[in-house]
Design a protein around this ligand. Structure first.
Ligand code: UDP
Length: 327
């Protein structure tokens, strides 16, 4: 049996990745401190509760399961919070990742798939972002992810670590079977907040900024379905298993949607009014983040077939109405 160590396997993207790994014949071993994750979301393999900065706990898990690879999702991921509490991001995301990389190398587990972000690019005057675009993060979240990319490159040179780095654009949607879904507490992401506002679980959504240099004045993002995203991770793992070596891939569709366009699509999908008001810009937000990349499609054979706004909102809405975690 091929075990894969999945950090953050109790979180939104990690739990979907565990499902995809199990479907592909791997055994996902979740390592998670449950600070934002849910033990209920760990359904496809064992859960080892622990913190990434706890080297002894990591050593025990590597020794017990002898994983063939690491998929590293565990991270703090809120732009706004990262601007208020940068220390949390450097400690958790950077120090935690460094400890994990050192433990993996010591255990001889040299294949590593890493969740990075388009926030590492920063604001680039509206250009489409591809993997060769220089990275100039404008918030502590992006900076912390960029630092981990550097760590992986350095350990590649010094210790032969092989890494597939995925720079995600905006991940949305949920498992269409309803086994796992998106459930953050507190929630800060646009689509789940909007669905909450639609069914009255929260007050009106606030649109952060309407004076950006975009067609309707609101920020533009490239949304990708979580199921498509995790499919790419399984392909990335196979890429490493095939000995193809370290590579960076953007995961986005190349289409950008403004906040107001997302609101319009949600109104159509749910057939309900979307209560919203306009507010100030959120510190750290980039104006436009859209992937110009075709690399994942060309090299991994990735086809993001669920990544239309309609399908993402439909799947998120189904989960929103039927799914939740208690613990
Ligand atoms: N956004 C918003 N109101 C909210 C949450 C988000 O207007 O309550 C906007 C945010 O400014 C950004 C987009 O929606 O332009 C996506 O934000 P999210 O937090 O979902 O993802 P991010 O782009 O920060 O990773």
């Amino acid at each position: 049996m091929k075990h894969v160590l999945v950090t953050g396997g109790a979180g939104y993207i990690g739990s979907h990745a565990c499902k995809a790994l199990a479907a592909a014949g791997y055994v996902p071993v979740t390592f998670d401190n449950l600070c934002t994750g849910w033990s209920d979301a760990v359904k496809f393999g064992p859960l080892e509760q622990g913190d990434l900065t706890d080297r002894a706990a990591l050593d025990r898990v590597f020794a017990q399961y002898q994983p063939i690879a690491v998929m590293h999702f565990a991270a703090l991921s809120q732009v706004g919070e990262s601007m208020r509490e940068p220390g949390m991001y450097w400690r958790n995301n950077v120090l935690g990742s460094l400890t994990l990389v050192e433990a993996a190398v010591a255990a001889g587990c040299l294949d590593f798939v890493f969740s990075s972000t388009c926030a590492t690019y920063g604001d680039q005057d509206g250009v489409l972002l591809d993997e060769t675009t220089p990275q100039h993060p404008i918030n502590a979240y992006g900076a912390s992810k960029r630092a981990v990319e550097d760590i992986l490159a350095n350990f590649g040179e010094s210790h032969g670590l092989r890494s597939v780095i995925f720079r995600y654009f905006n991940v949305a949607g949920a498992d269409p079977d309803g086994e796992v879904g998106e459930f953050h507490q507190p929630e800060t992401h646009l689509i789940p907040l909007m669905l909450d506002a639609i069914d009255g679980k929260r007050p009106a959504l606030t649109v952060f900024g309407t004076d950006y240099d975009t067609p309707d004045g609101t920020c533009v993002r490239d949304y990708v379905h979580v199921m498509d995203l995790v499919d790419a991770h399984v392909s990335g793992l196979k890429w490493l298993e095939d000995g193809k070596g370290s590579r960076v891939f953007n995961l986005g569709t190349g289409s950008g949607f403004s906040v107001l366009e997302v609101i319009d699509h949600s109104r159509e999908v749910t057939n309900r009014d979307v209560p919203y008001e306009t507010g100030d810009r959120r510190p750290g937000d980039c104006v436009k983040l859209v992937s110009g990349s075709t690399r994942a499609k060309a090299e991994l054979g990735w086809t993001p077939h669920r990544s239309t706004l309609k399908t993402m909102i439909t799947d998120a809405w189904r989960w929103h109405q039927n799914g939740h975690y208690d613990k």
